[in-house]
Ligand binder design. Structure first.
Ligand code: TYF
Ligand code: FE
Length: 424
């Protein structure tokens, strides 16, 4: 077998030399969707729909013959969030019709989303990526040491005659998140078996696509080498506790990317021995193990998107940085942002950072549910409108970085937030 990338120690952000060895073991195109498991798909999908300006585009539920679970696909631009909950534990097996209707319904354990939510709270179950051939990708992942969760299933869309293959492997070792591999000619927003629903006319807030999906794990190198062995993804960036500077709670992080860098999977681990317990350890405790920490959503205009998000009132943002942060900002960032953008980021409490490629505008929500676990990030990659060949692209993946220059400010605000969760 070919040799796969493997690393045995972190060198830190500065010393790390980025390259693209083009080592993918199967062709990966883009993020396809992210599926949350929750206790009530109607309630949760409406809350996300209202708060993030997502339209309900497809459903698989009792009305479509799915007795196993209720699932709604919500879309803005190219980003799709799916919300799924158990229908009833009294029907242990999906009916044969349901199994035909939804590729994941056959043999579905109707208790699984409930048990998942008891363990993790509302959380990400599946990170779905579009691949060229899901059957081959599944076999490659398993041959590379991956744990199969759903062997490849082929489904035919009765309306269009197009087909789709879906397969799943475990993403984070010791966790309950799957990497869902999707391929085929089916062009619907989600999976075969979902029925399109009429346009609900809800206005979007300018969210364009999923930029990166971050996992928290106990042991970074083990996990990174595991994902690399399955997929062939390469290291795109790394950050160590030292890069973050003198903050109380630490983390190490490695960003994995596919050949095209359209799928970015950062992974964090806690560091120990700091004054405060690592925010990553807090996550692992409350999530009962590894899982998705945050999903970064790329906006056409982050300032407009965050203004709308605040007006919708369904998600809270982390506390804003100090005035001093904004006074130092033009000196740190330079003339990339317009006067109006500087005013906008200050008004809304957004963070800005830059790397050798471009400028990143970013902001973080508070945790999405009751537990101090999963949150969202809204970003815009400014000055990133050309690919490596000089062709126009909307916000080249990874360009502008991940906000390393904001880690101090951000982690201070996370620590302040965590202090509020402690009883006096
Ligand atoms: O995706 C990233 O790496 C950045 C930085 O708790 C980050 O968004 C890392 C850890 C964290 C919050 C943000
Ligand atoms: Fe991020």
């Amino acid at each position: 077998m070919e040799t796969t990338f493997s690393i045995d120690k972190l060198v830190g952000h500065k010393a790390f030399q980025r390259g693209n060895p083009m080592t993918d073991r199967f062709k990966v195109k883009r993020f396809h969707h992210v599926e949350f498991w929750c206790l009530d798909a109607t309630t949760t999908s409406i809350r996300f729909g209202v708060g993030l300006g997502l339209q309900r585009v497809a459903k698989s539920d009792l009305s479509t013959g799915n007795t196993a679970f209720t699932s709604y696909a919500m879309r803005s631009g190219d980003m799709v969030f799916v919300f799924t909950a158990s229908n009833t534990a009294k029907i242990p097996e999906a009916s044969p019709e349901a199994a035909e209707q939804h590729p994941l319904a056959a043999g579905f354990d109707a208790d699984a989303p409930v048990a998942f939510c008891v363990k993790h709270g509302m959380a990400v179950r599946a990170v779905a990526v579009e691949v060229e051939d899901a059957q081959a990708a599944y076999e490659t992942c398993v041959a590379g040491g991956g744990t199969g969760v759903t062997a490849p299933r082929k489904a035919v869309d009765p309306a269009s005659g197009t087909t789709q293959v879906v397969a799943e492997v475990l993403l984070y070792q010791g966790g309950d998140v799957v990497l869902r591999l999707v391929s085929g000619s089916f062009e619907g927003p989600c999976l075969v078996g979902y029925e399109d629903v009429p346009d609900d006319q809800r206005a979007d807030i300018g969210l364009l696509r999923i930029d990166h999906v971050v996992g928290n794990v106990p042991k970074l190198l083990e996990q990174v080498n595991h994902v690399a062995a399955m997929t062939g993804f390469h290291e795109f960036a790394e950050f160590t506790a030292e890069d973050v500077g003198t903050v109380d709670s630490g983390l190490n992080s490695i960003v994995l990317a596919c050949d095209s860098e359209a799928v970015l999977l950062p992974i964090n681990e806690p560091t120990h021995g700091t004054k405060r317990r690592s925010q990553i350890q807090t996550y692992l405790d409350h999530n009962n193990g590894p899982g998705v920490q945050h999903i970064a959503l790329l906006a056409t205009d982050a300032i407009a998107a965050v203004r709308a998000l605040r007006a919708r009132g369904a998600f809270d943002l982390m506390p804003r940085p100090s005035d001093a942060y904004y006074e130092e900002l033009p000196g740190r960032i330079g003339g990339v942002l317009s006067e109006e953008q500087y005013r906008g980021v200050r008004e809304l409490g957004l963070l800005v950072d830059r790397d050798d490629q471009g400028t990143l505008i970013q902001v973080f929500t508070k945790p999405l549910g009751d537990r101090p676990t999963i949150f969202l990030e809204i970003i815009q990659r400014v000055g990133c409108d050309r690919d490596a060949n000089g062709c126009p692209v909307p916000q080249r993946p990874g360009c502008g970085g991940f906000g390393k220059g904001n880690f101090r400010e951000l982690f201070k605000s996370i620590e302040d937030y965590e202090r509020q969760l402690e009883r006096p």
